[in-house]
Each structure stands twice: as structure tokens, then as C-alpha cells.
Design a protein around this ligand. Structure first.
Ligand code: ASP
Length: 424
């Protein structure tokens, strides 16, 4: 079912533009109260929908992803290499994100008064960080749930839900196929259903974005238009920080990896995967792009089907370098906005949680921002901050999806070259 023939990303960009225009008019015309009462609730509903689907999404997409690793028994050599490379590129991406956001400090472009106002507005939502009296390994202890039903009942325990889902998936892989086939089929069906729900929620995204941006504009700006421009300037700096990190990964990090591991220059590689990159940009979905990614790798880069058909579908689900970089930048940016100084151990927690959250993110539009909740919760940044960055999320989603699939192609090339299975 389509609302119009226009692609969703244009509708969302239109929602964004209308939201800005409406917000500015509302500030000038003094419609703050009206916006607050009649527009803002739709933004809240949209955020609630995103949160609502987060736990089911983690559970089914992780169990589905891990139980798909069945192939590891057949392709241990390829499987292990792939997983190590995927983890390495993801952890590096989060680290680049942390360096960029700590150097550029986009959240500090908001004046102190505005930051204080923002903090006060969401004071009730501030999550008290447990004191570190429990020692530096407390975050590891916290990952292991005592009671999974309890963990699933609060959005603050998503890491525990991830832990359980991984364990569940691994146990499925360890059991004989015949024993787990019914569960596999059930999980696959549930996966399809949850993806459909995400689709449905994303249909509301243009309106949600309109309502969010319009109400954020009026709420934060009060009646001062200069304040409004300052907020957009700050959001612009945040978006720029994410973009700088993503561009660095594509233009420096991946070419370097390709040079080191395959002794090949980047030009043939980029020319070969350009169609997949363009599709990733316009669909914002690694999953939707997958068939073209596989075709580009096989036909243009000469990667054998045995490799591409294992490495790429797995990568589309678990390897999201762009998403993990974005989550790290977003978490620190919001912490800066809320005036929270993140300690080194909190930043290390971000490396861990953004890596896990990007693995758990589904390969569909907007999944990264849903999983951002995990990263925010892990360091005690109020999740309501998501409303602020949602406005610029779609263009960033388009860009990070390009990075996500480029990372998959990079790893596929390396694994293929190292196992000497590139066609002559
Ligand atoms: N849209 C991204 C992807 O499909 C995931 C995300 O939202 O970051 O790769």
C-alpha cells in the first residue's frame, strides 16, 4: 500500500521541510501553544511506535541472523575470517565516530542557556547512572540478565535482551537442524512480520517527522527566531560530524584495507559497486540493496558465488559500519547537548554497545535510530533526545546505508582474495 507514488525518502524530506517552515511560522505567529497541544503529540506517538518495535526487532533479527550462521560448519575458514573482519571494521568505525565527535564537539554549539533549558525540559527523563562503585566490569555484569522476561519488559535492558537472543541463536546452531527447524521457520515468519511492522511505522514517518520538527522548533525556540536558527546550526554541525566520519571510512579506511589485504587500488572497486551504492542511497536499506550488492560483487569484482552468497547476506544483517559510527556520534552529541561529560569508561561502553546495536539493527530504513536507544540507555543519556536528531536522520540514514553495504563489499573482497577464490 502506497500513500503516493513519491518514494518515502522524498516524503520524509518534505515532512522535514514543512516542519521547519511550520515551526518558524508558529514561532513568528505565536502558535506555540497550538503546536504543543495539537501537533507535538503526533511526534510523541511516532517515537513511541519506534520504541514499541525495538525489542521484538532485536529478538527476531538477532536470532534469525545468528541461526543463519549454520553455514559456519561448512565454511569455518570463511566464516571466522568474515566475522573477525566484520567486528574489526565495526569497532574501528565506532572509534572514528568517537574521535570525530570529541574533536568537533557539535553539541557544544548550543549555547549554555539553551543546553540548560533542554536539560530542564527533560529532567524527569534523565536516567541516573549507577555509581561506579561496583567497579569497571559492572557493565559486563549488567549485560547478563537474571530474568529475561523482566529484561524484555523495559526498554532500558536491551543489552540483556541482545545477550539472550545471541545465546538462543548460538544454541540453535549447535543443535541438529532437524530439532530446530520448526523454531527456525517460526523465527523467519516473525522476522517478516516485524519487518512489515517497521514498514508500516515508516509510512507514518513523514507525518511523524513533520510533527517532531515543528514542535521541537517551537518548544526550544520559545518565541525567539535567533534561537531557532541556533538549534538548526547545532543539528547541522551534528550532521556534518556524522558525514565527515562516513566520508573518512569510505575514502580512507576501506581503500586502505583493500590495499593492505588485496593489494588492489580503490578505483575498480568503487566503479564495480557504484550501482549498489546508489540503490543503498535511495532505499536506505541494506536488505533491499542486497540482490544488487551480490550482483555487483560477483559480476564486476569477480567474487565467487560461494563467498558472496555467505558473506554479503550475513553482512547486510550484522555488519553496519556506517550505522555504528552514527550511533556513537549521536550518543555523544546528545550527551553534549544535555551537558553530560562522558568519562572514558562510558565512551568504552559506547564502543561495545554501538557495536552490538549495529549488529542488532535490521537492514531497513530507520533501524539505526531505533537501536540508538540501547546506546543512549547504556550511558544514561535520555532517549527523548532522539526527537531532536530525528529531523535530520533520513539523509544520514541514506549515507550510512551506503557505508554499510560498501563495508560488506570490502570484507567480501578481502575474504575472497585471501581464500584465493577470486576468478582469474
Ligand atoms: N538503514 C540502514 C541499513 O539498512 C540501517 C540504519 O538505519 O542505520 O543498512
Amino acid at each position: 500500500m502506497k500513500l503516493t507514488r513519491l518514494p518515502l525518502h522524498w516524503l520524509i524530506l518534505a515532512g522535514l521541510a514543512f516542519g521547519i517552515v511550520f515551526g518558524l511560522i508558529a514561532v513568528l505567529a505565536g502558535w506555540n501553544e497550538f503546536t504543543n497541544q495539537w501537533i507535538s503529540p503526533f511526534g510523541t506517538i511516532f517515537i513511541r511506535l519506534l520504541k514499541l518495535i525495538a525489542i521484538p526487532l532485536i529478538i527476531v533479527s538477532l536470532i534469525n541472523g545468528v541461526s543463519g550462521l549454520n553455514d559456519i560448519s561448512r565454511l569455518t575458514r570463511i566464516g571466522l575470517r568474515t566475522i573477525v573482519l566484520y567486528l574489526f571494521t565495526t569497532v574501528m568505525a565506532v572509534s572514528f565516530g568517537l574521535v570525530a565527535v570529541n574533536l568537533l564537539q557539535p553539541g557544544h554549539y548550543l549555547s549554555d542557556e539553551k543546553s540548560a533549558e533542554f536539560r530542564a525540559k527533560f529532567a524527569a527523563e534523565m536516567i541516573e547512572k549507577p555509581e561506579t562503585q561496583n567497579g569497571p566490569l559492572q557493565f559486563l555484569v549488567d549485560i547478563v540478565p537474571e530474568n529475561i522476561i523482566q529484561s524484555m519488559s523495559a526498554n532500558t535492558n536491551m543489552l540483556q535482551v541482545i545477550f539472550f537472543s545471541l545465546l538462543f541463536g548460538v544454541a540453535m546452531v549447535m543443535l541438529p537442524n532437524s530439532r530446530v527447524t520448526p523454531v527456525k521457520q517460526l523465527i523467519e515468519a516473525l522476522n517478516d512480520i516485524v519487518m512489515k511492522i517497521v514498514d508500516i511505522i515508516m509510512m507514518a514517518a513523514p507525518f511523524g517527522v513533520f510533527a517532531l520538527i515543528a514542535s521541537i522548533t517551537t518548544q526550544l525556540a520559545g518565541d525567539n527566531i535567533r534561537d531557532t536558527l541556533q538549534i538548526f546550526g547545532t543539528l547541522g554541525m551534528y550532521a556534518l560530524t556524522v558525514i565527515i566520519g562516513l566520508v573518512f571510512i569510505i575514502l580512507v579506511f576501506y581503500p586502505l584495507l583493500l590495499k593492505i589485504f588485496t593489494q588492489k587500488g580503490p578505483f575498480g572497486f568503487f566503479k564495480g559497486i557504484a550501482p549498489a551504492q546508489l540503490l543503498a542511497f535511495s532505499t536506505s536499506s541494506s536488505a533491499a540493496t542486497l540482490p544488487v550488492t551480490m550482483e555487483c560483487c560477483e559480476q564486476n569484482l569477480g567474487i565467487r558465488k560461494e563467498i558472496s552468497s555467505f558473506v554479503l547476506p550475513l553482512g547486510a544483517t550484522v555488519n553496519m559500519d556506517g550505522t555504528s559510527l552514527y550511533q556513537a556520534v549521536a550518543a555523544v552529541f546528545l550527551a553534549q547537548i544535555y551537558g553530560m561529560d562522558l568519562t572514558i569508561s562510558q565512551q568504552l561502553t559506547i564502543i561495545l554497545t554501538a557495536t552490538l546495536a549495529s549488529i542488532g539493527s535490521a537492514a531497513v530504513p530507520g533501524a539505526g535510530i531505533i537501536m540508538l536507544v540501547i546506546v543512549l540507555n547504556s550511558v544514561g543519556v535520555p532517549t527523548e533526545g532522539i526527537a531532536l536528531i530525528f529531523a535530520v536522520d533520513r539523509p544520514l540514514d541514506m549515507l550510512r546505508t551506503v557505508v554499510n553495504i560498501t563495508g560488506d563489499c570490502t570484507v567480501a573482497s578481502i575474504v575472497s582474495c585471501q581464500t584465493k577464490e577470486i576468478k582469474p
